[in-house]
Each structure stands twice: as C-alpha cells, then as structure tokens.
Design a protein around this ligand. Structure first.
Ligand SMILES: Cc1cc2nc3c(=O)[nH]c(=O)nc-3n(C[C@H](O)[C@H](O)[C@H](O)COP(=O)(O)OP(=O)(O)OC[C@H]3O[C@@H](n4cnc5c(N)ncnc54)[C@H](O)[C@@H]3O)c2cc1C
Length: 484
C-alpha cells in the first residue's frame, strides 16, 4: 500500500551527518528523519578516536589545513578544507553545548602534527551519537521514522519511496528539500570496519535518479583492523590513537615495517605489500605492549580483545590487516552540500565535497558531517529567505510517464542474495583495493568489469537491493578506470 506524506525537510540517514542536519533544519520547520534500521545506527556510533579541531593555543589552523592536505596528497578541495578546519572549534563547542563531555586532553593521531583530537576515550562516536539522539528525541519539530528504508529517489517530483522493514508497506514522501545522509559503502569489501547497513544505498539511488557522483573508487583502507572476523559485527578497529601512544607495526620477526604514525594510506600500503611478500594475511602485528594501562586508556577495545579473542594488548601482539574504512567518493556536492539536482542535498560520508582529496586525515569525518550539515541549513535558510519560498502541502504531483516506479512486487526478492554479495566483496577486495602498478591496476579493472557484466546478464534474478549494489560497483569500476 502506498501512503503519501508531505514535509518541508526530509533527511535520510541518522548518523552524525543526518542527525545534525535534522537538528539545524528543525529551526526552520518540520523535519522527517528516516533511517533504515534504528535511530542509533551506521558508522557514527562506532567512531573511536574522536573529532579533530584546533582548540589549543599552541596549535594552529594552518597546521590542521596542512596536515589535511598532506594526507590527501594535495588533491583536496582547498576551499572545503579551510572551511572544515576553521569551523571545527565551533562544532566541538556545538557538541559540548548539546551535552557531550570530552576528555581534558586531546589525542595525537596518525597524520596530525599536533594532538588535536577531542575524544571520549575510545567510545567518542557512541557518546556523541547518544547525545545527538537525546536532543533529536526531545525535538518536537523532528519526526523519526525508524526501520524505513529509502528505496527510490524521484528527482523530478522531489519525493522518495521508502519501505517499512517492519510491515513492508511502501510510503511516498514529498519534500521541499531532500537531504541524503546514508553513509558510505565500505561493508562491500571482505575486510571492513563498517556496519552492514553501509552498502551505499543513497549513492546508488542517486545514480538511478541521474544525480552526479564522483570518485567512487576512492576508498580508504584503515591499516589497523584486527585480523579476526566477528559474527554479525564489523571487524574490530584498533584506533589510530593506540599508535599515537607509541604502538609499533611489526612483521612476524618483530621488525618494524613502517613508521606507525604515517597517514593511513601509506601504512595500509606497507601492510598490503608485506602480505603480498609473505603470501599470507597473517603476518603483520600491532605491538602495543609498551602502552601502560592500556585498558584504562582504551577500555572498549581492551574489553572486546579480552572477551571475544582472549587477547591482552599489554602482553600479546595483535594480528592486523588493512580493511575498507571510509569512502572519499560519493554524491558530488559543492561546499553548500548541493548536488547536481536543485533542492536535493547530500552530506557526510555519502557525499563528495573533495574535502579529503585522495585520502582522509584521521578524525576529520565526524567533523565533516557536522560542518556540512550546518552549511546545508544555511543554504536552505538563504533559499527560503531569498525566494520567500512557501512550503505547500498541496503540491500537485506531476505524473511522469517514463518514471520507473518502485515495484512492490519485488519485495519477496528483496533480500540480499548472499552468493551475489560474496562475489561483489571478493571482486572489490581482490582486484580493487590497494595496487599502485598501473598495468596491473588496468588488468584488475577489466577482470571486475567482466565479473559485473556477467552479474548484470543475470539481472532478472537479482532483487532491487542487489541491482542497486551492482549499479554502484559498476560506477566504481568506471571511476577507477578513469582515474588510473
Ligand atoms: C569503526 C569506525 C571508527 C571510526 N572512527 C572515526 C573517528 O574516530 N573519527 C572520525 O572522524 N571518523 C571516524 N570514522 C568514520 C566516521 O565514523 C564516519 O565517516 C561517519 O560517522 C559517517 O557519518 P554519516 O552520518 O555520514 O554516516 P553513518 O554514520 O554511517 O550513518 C548512515 C545512516 O544512514 C542510514 N541508511 C543507510 N542506508 C539507508 C537507506 N536505504 N534508507 C534509510 N537510511 C539508510 C543508516 O542506517 C545510518 O543511520 C570511523 C568509522 C568506523 C567504521
């Protein structure tokens, strides 16, 4: 059954980007915040290290800008970086005003030349997101729709179709402004730190709606992911801050293979080549045995290591590998969060502002969510003022004969086909992770393009979810080819 709802502001996704956008927009009018699973979901609550920002008088904006540009290999959008860095202190204050309590001392993390990461030990994301959720729940202008999955964007009529994961009912929501905040797609790789809901839904649905994307091949691999799988949970991330406290990255003979405080892409590459040399995934370790009181500094990580894996970081070496962690690519936006389609915005990890360049600096992405959420609210507020645009609940729906309507009959085929998902994960991990040799890279791209083409030929067997994933990875392979 299809119900129609009308609202001025529709935000899809309830990570840090979606929640902070909803809070800002609630000052302008009614907001619907819809999310695929629970209000607290996505990567945001899993963030360990914290949020970067210059708040110490011995630190400087220039230094944070330089570190961000260095990590991104100077391919960043400089305007976006300057905005991010200059806005950071206000965003940290914004969180504190909402109720977040940070530790007294900021952390040092890989790629930063000053300890500038505001943190709540190793559960920074959980503390921030619970505080945002508390404020969202208390806000009368925000209606929350949990278990509501975005399944189609109609750019022409500025509406979406969503599906209730409880009842399977399909709802159509019309909005004056649509904000996509659905996170990244790192969970499409074999080794990943991201929750399973991060499959890039918003990005593939934007592609289907004709909205521009950019650089989907730019995926960041985190170098210190515990090399042990967990049932129904993402792999355990061993935060950068552990290296900030002096942990080393060593091979099986105890030899340091790289300066552990180098940016992520460099450390991940070192691990990739060591694994290749040793023809094994079990040959690199994080040595944190020199860190006194590890469990006081990193209580969350210490507890999981001990209870799930019988490991004690003060005594045991921790087996690590690199895993897909963050997506630099996404829905193309300007620094106001505007996509190629008027009044449809994107924010957070699903968006590509160019702020991270080729490689994101640690702890810059929670910040990204906050900074660009505020930009979107400013942009919309200006539009409303300038055009004196009035919201009308009685908008006439323009029937579009060519429109591909979301087909409810596909619901019974809606499950992710596990064999299909394995093929995608294996292809991306084996052929499109870290490889610098251009000839090898091109060979790999051709291999995956053939695999994806074969999957496409079987299109009729694929559920709409699988088709969306295929749309995304095909665009990713194309971007990889263009960027070689
Ligand atoms: C383990 C880990 C540790 C990290 N540590 C840090 C850190 O210390 N500092 C830092 O800056 N960054 C860190 N990051 C990165 C950072 O957490 C993310 O980049 C950031 O939280 C992304 O926020 P977001 O709001 O864009 O997306 P997310 O937080 O991923 O939220 C996406 C939301 O969209 C919803 N959604 C998805 N698809 C649909 C759909 N079809 N319909 C409706 N809703 C949908 C999801 O349910 C979720 O609510 C870490 C990431 C991970 C995985």
């Amino acid at each position: 059954m299809k119900n129609n709802t009308h609202v001025p502001f529709l935000v899809i996704g309830s990570g840090i980007a979606g929640m902070s956008t909803a809070l800002h927009l609630s000052k302008l009018g009614k907001v619907i915040l819809c999310t695929k699973s629970k209000l607290i979901s996505g990567s945001s609550p899993l963030a360990q290290g914290g949020i970067a920002g210059v708040i110490n008088k011995n630190d400087s904006f220039e230094s944070h800008i330089q570190d961000t540009m260095n990590a991104g290999r100077n391919t960043n959008n400089k305007k976006a970086v300057e905005l991010l860095v200059h806005q950071a202190p206000e965003e940290i204050q914004f969180l504190e005003n909402l109720g977040v309590r940070f530790e007294k001392d900021q952390h040092l993390e890989g790629g930063h030349s000053f300890p500038r990461v505001s943190n709540s030990k190793d559960i920074s994301g959980k503390i921030i997101i619970e505080t945002l959720a508390f404020n969202i729940l208390a806000n009368r202008n925000i209606s929350i729709m949990e278990n509501t999955e975005l399944c189609k964007i109609d750019a022409q009529n500025k509406s979406i179709s969503s599906r209730s994961n409880n009842t399977n009912n399909v709802n159509r929501i019309f909005a004056e402004y649509i904000i996509v905040a659905t996170g990244g797609y790192s969970s499409l790789y074999q080794d990943s730190t991201s929750p399973k809901e991060n499959m890039g839904d918003g990005i593939s649905l934007c592609i289907n709606a004709g909205i521009a994307t950019k650089d989907l091949d730019k995926v960041q691999f985190h170098p210190t992911v515990l090399n042990k799988k967990r049932e129904n949970k993402p792999q355990l991330l061993l935060t950068e801050a552990i290296r900030g406290f002096g942990a080393k990255i060593i091979d099986k003979n105890g030899k340091e293979i790289i300066d552990a405080l180098q940016p992520r892409d460099i450390v991940s590459k070192a691990i990739y080549y060591e694994e290749k040399k040793q023809k094994s995934k079990n040959c690199v370790f994080l040595d944190a045995r020199n860190i006194k009181n590890f469990s006081t500094k990193f209580p969350f990580i210490a507890n999981i290591l001990e209870t799930e894996f019988a490991l004690n970081a003060e005594k045991n070496l921790l087996p690590i590998t690199f895993g897909a962690h963050y997506c630099m690519g996404g829905i193309k936006t300007n620094i106001w969060g505007e996509t190629s389609t008027p009044d449809i915005y994107a924010v957070g990890e699903c968006a590509h502002t160019g702020v991270h360049g080729n490689n994101r600096l640690a702890s810059n992405s929670l910040l990204e969510g906050l900074v660009f959420a505020r930009q979107i609210a400013k942009s919309i507020s200006n539009k409303i003022k300038n055009k004196n645009k009035k919201y009308s609940e009685n908008r006439i729906y323009k029937e579009n004969k060519n429109e591909t309507v979301y087909d409810e009959s596909e619901e019974k085929y809606a499950q992710y086909n596990s064999e299909f998902l394995e093929t995608i994960k294996n292809s991306l991990s084996q052929y499109l992770s870290i490889e610098e040799n251009k000839i090898k890279k091109l060979e790999n791209i051709q291999i995956v393009q053939k695999i994806f083409k074969d999957l496409e030929k079987n299109n009729y067997k694929l559920s709409y979810r699988n088709k969306n994933i295929l749309t995304l990875v095909q665009r990713l392979a194309k971007d990889a080819e263009n960027n070689v």
